[in-house]
Ligand binder design. Sequence first.
Ligand code: E4P
Length: 219
Amino acid sequence: MRIFLDTANLKEIQAGVEYGLVDGVTTNPTTIAKEGRPIEEQIRAICNVVDGDISAEVVSTTAREMIAEGQALARIHPNVVVKCPLIREGIKATFALSSQGIRVNVTLCFTPVQALLAAKAGAYIISPFIGRLDDIAINGMDLIRNIVKIYNNYGYPTKVLAASVRTPIHVLEAALAGAHIATMPFKVLDMLFHHPLTDKGLAAFLADYQKAFQETTVG
Ligand code: E4P
């Protein structure tokens, strides 16, 4: 499973890259707005740090404008993947951009049939939002499982990207469900390392080694 960071923050992205684990980045209008720089500049800066798919989202709501915006975003860097929302106009734009060879990540997906439409329109990536479904007491992971099944049934090449990931359990379950990619905040990536027995075991190994070394030295 590929791991993407779900942030536009360069410090977090740099920290993830230092782990050697980051295969790409997803941004959205909220995360871009948080950084306070125009999207072109921020996306270019991210592309300079991560060599992988970098999703940049359109903010127009008509297909005609989304296509123009998507073409401009795609010109920033060859690794840019244009994000279009899963609305009627967004699907029209996805079809048009995909036909021009521009890769599209269809976002704000909440049902398996929406994901079917995105795949038929030629989406490179579908982004089902797990956490936001869990927030309203609907099992987000069922959505991932159903999309993976539908795409496998028909051989759609569209990649399933588990989005709105909030916890390590989301990452575990997305991997078990066969999601191709999980995008997560840096905090969640960092949490994946943690196990108290790892820390305890390492502390014991180092203490034993130090004790033996000291005894050898003294003796
Ligand atoms: C990613 O592409 C999405 O925009 C993001 O995962 C949404 O996450 P949130 O529901 O935590 O805002």
